[in-house]
Design a protein around this ligand. Structure first.
Ligand SMILES: Nc1ncnc2c1ncn2[C@@H]1O[C@H](COP(=O)(O)OP(=O)(O)OP(=O)(O)O)[C@@H](O)[C@H]1O
Ligand SMILES: [Mg+2]
Length: 261
């Protein structure tokens, strides 16, 4: 079954009367159930907008998106049961403690208090969240710690589709690896993963396929390892970063490829 089926999706933001931003511009793609699917693209290319459209937070101007066969506009309520989104804006109650935030979410998902405590402690230790700090209010947490809490929240349950918008941006190298392990584990247990990232290494290691978008349009979709292999016909030392730069219009003629690849 398809986890995501997007067909000719366009989202336009109006800046001024005649100044339109095509944040997502006639985009079509499919994600298979069970995939880890990466979305790459320069700042402002439309990744977060696309993720918000899939998660029913925005409504497309044209085109359709289905999540496990349900339309994100007409059956938004159904879609919301399947998904969980993590974004850079952590979306936590700042005056409440990490525990209170996580227990609140666990309650919404129908976990008992005992189950919730066990799960929270398990995930907290998996991602290196200091247990003794879990009773402190979120506003006293560092940015990375807040992010860890919002990541922990996503793994309290087993959503059919996890939408991760730059989940590891700003995390230390160790926390990144811990989050990668959590993503892999959730995927093994059956969650389909949609992941936007600026970390090419992360995309290369984690994703079954990546989609690069540029100015709201898809420029390439493929297995990252295959994309790199193909790019090596042109640039011997190509990495996924080279693929990214090439597809997003970077001018290599000015610099030594060794430096950027
Ligand atoms: N609510 C909004 N109102 C107006 N313009 C918006 C809005 N949200 C996004 N945009 C514009 O849509 C375009 C795509 O933005 P988006 O946040 O999707 O990019 P992104 O690929 O996630 O970038 P980044 O890598 O920086 O997170 C940008 O030009 C942005 O300014
Ligand atoms: Mg974004």
């Amino acid at each position: 079954m398809l986890a995501i089926k997007a067909l000719n999706v366009t989202k336009v933001f109006r800046r001024e009367k005649n100044d339109l931003i095509y944040a997502v511009n006639n985009v079509s793609f499919e994600v298979e159930e069970g995939e880890i699917f990466g979305i790459l693209g320069p700042n402002g290319s439309g990744k977060s907008t696309l993720i918000r459209l899939i998660s029913t937070l925005l409504i497309p101007d044209s085109g359709t998106i289905e999540v496990f066969g349900k339309d994100v506009v007409k059956e938004a309520h159904e879609v919301r049961k399947y998904i969980h989104r993590v974004s850079a804006e952590a979306g936590l109650f700042k005056k409440l403690s990490a525990y209170e935030n996580l227990l609140f979410s666990a309650g919404i998902y129908g976990l008992s208090k005992k189950e919730a405590y066990e799960k929270i402690n398990e995930i907290a230790s998996l991602i290196g969240l200091d247990k003794k700090r879990l009773n402190d209010p979120i506003e006293q947490f560092s940015r990375g710690m807040q992010q860890k809490v919002s990541i922990a929240r996503a793994f309290l349950t087993q959503p059919k589709l996890l939408l991760l918008d730059e989940p590891t941006t700003g995390l230390d190298p160790r926390a990144k690896l811990e989050v990668h392990a959590l993503i892999r584990k959730a995927n093994k247990q059956g969650s389909t993963i949609l992941l936007s990232t600026h970390d090419m290494n992360e995309a290369y290691e984690l994703c079954d396929r990546v989609m690069i978008i540029f100015n709201g349009r898809i420029v390439v979709i493929g297995d990252p390892k295959e994309l790199v292999r193909n790019m090596r016909e042109k640039y011997q030392d190509a990495t996924l970063e080279t693929v990214f730069l090439e597809y997003t219009g970077y001018d290599f003629s000015e610099v030594d490829v060794e430096e950027v690849g």
